[in-house]
Ligand binder design. Structure first.
Ligand SMILES: [Zn+2]
Ligand SMILES: [Zn+2]
Length: 307
């Protein structure tokens, strides 16, 4: 028997508590539900903020070691974009967490109901856990690669463009995603991993690796990794993906393994990235502007050079 889909989101146990408590009490008062949602939003925001402390310290130390005094100049330069990232992050952790959990639960229920799995969980249990985790991360990056390519087509670009609109990319840019982009990511990636029948611990490990390695590749670091860049995505490689230069728009889609970009012909890393970052889409640098961009008809222009 599979674990519920909330196992995909180990950092949000409070929601399960709220859901189960509400089912037992049989109260249907709208006010009580609103308070539940508000308190869940507040507690998930608090958990999310706490979860940022270690990465913030980690990237501060790396920044000091690599840039020394120049770090202060760079922090000042990125302050405006980072402030917007904070607003999107707070909105996301307060309002979107229940929605993301519901999407995960729905996809999981759908697969359980139909019994759609290519490999049984019993088969996975015959392999060592470490191997299963490596396979899960590899499979997660494979689907992530193709989902990301889809996000660079006219239909999903308007929601994905928000992530690319940060012109001063730092590790914290990982938090700049449109809620709809988060929903499509969760639905597509979860469906693929559930179809493979991967056990919950491996799916959780995949989410963990993608999240924390995601911070790393967004960090403002000049590292290309040398020959290791042929295996893993480096911060320089992902920075080129964010370049405002249209020649890089359809390149460097992977998050963890650069092998996917090499195999599918989208790998392009000329060296450390010194290119201007951002998009040519006119996206207002405000919370409302970022959230509203994908709802404008003219954002869906086909056959254009997106940047
Ligand atoms: Zn992208
Ligand atoms: Zn990115």
């Amino acid at each position: 028997m599979k674990e519920p889909a909330t196992q995909f989101l180990p950092h949000m146990p409070e929601f399960r508590v709220v859901v189960f408590r509400r089912q037992k009490s049989k109260q249907s008062n709208l006010g009580v539900h609103m308070i539940d949602l508000f308190s869940f939003g507040f507690s998930s925001s608090l958990t999310a903020v706490q979860g940022l402390l270690m990465p913030a310290l980690f990237f501060l130390l790396i920044g000091l070691a690599v840039k020394k005094a120049k770090l202060i100049t760079d922090v000042k330069k990125s302050a405006k974009e980072s402030t917007l990232n904070v607003k999107i992050f707070l909105f996301d952790s307060f309002a979107m967490s229940p929605v993301i959990i519901l999407v995960s639960l729905t996809v999981n229920s759908f697969f359980q109901w139909h019994g759609w799995t290519l490999v049984s969980q019993e088969s996975w249990s015959e392999l060592p856990k470490e191997i299963v985790i490596v396979i899960a991360v590899f499979a997660g990056d494979f689907i992530g690669y193709w989902r990301h390519r889809l996000e660079h087509t006219w239909i999903l670009w308007p929601s994905h463009a928000v992530h690319h609109s940060d012109t001063q990319m730092t590790w914290f840019t990982l938090q700049r995603f449109h809620p709809v982009n988060r929903i499509t990511t969760t639905a597509i990636d979860s469906a693929f991993l559930l179809a493979l029948g991967l056990p919950p611990f491996a799916v959780i490990a995949n989410g963990f690796v993608r999240h924390y390695y995601g911070y790393f590749i967004h960090a403002d670091l000049p590292w290309t990794y040398g020959w290791l860049g042929r295996i893993f995505v480096s911060p320089a490689m992902h920075r080129w993906h964010h370049a405002a230069d249209y020649r890089f728009f359809q390149t460097n889609f992977a998050t963890v393994f650069s092998v996917f970009d090499q195999v599918f012909g989208t790998h392009k890393v000329p060296g450390p990235c010194d290119s201007k970052l951002g998009v040519t889409d006119q996206i207002e640098a405000s919370l409302i502007g970022q959230l509203g961009y994908m709802f404008r008809k003219k954002s869906y222009r086909r056959g254009r050079k997106p940047r």
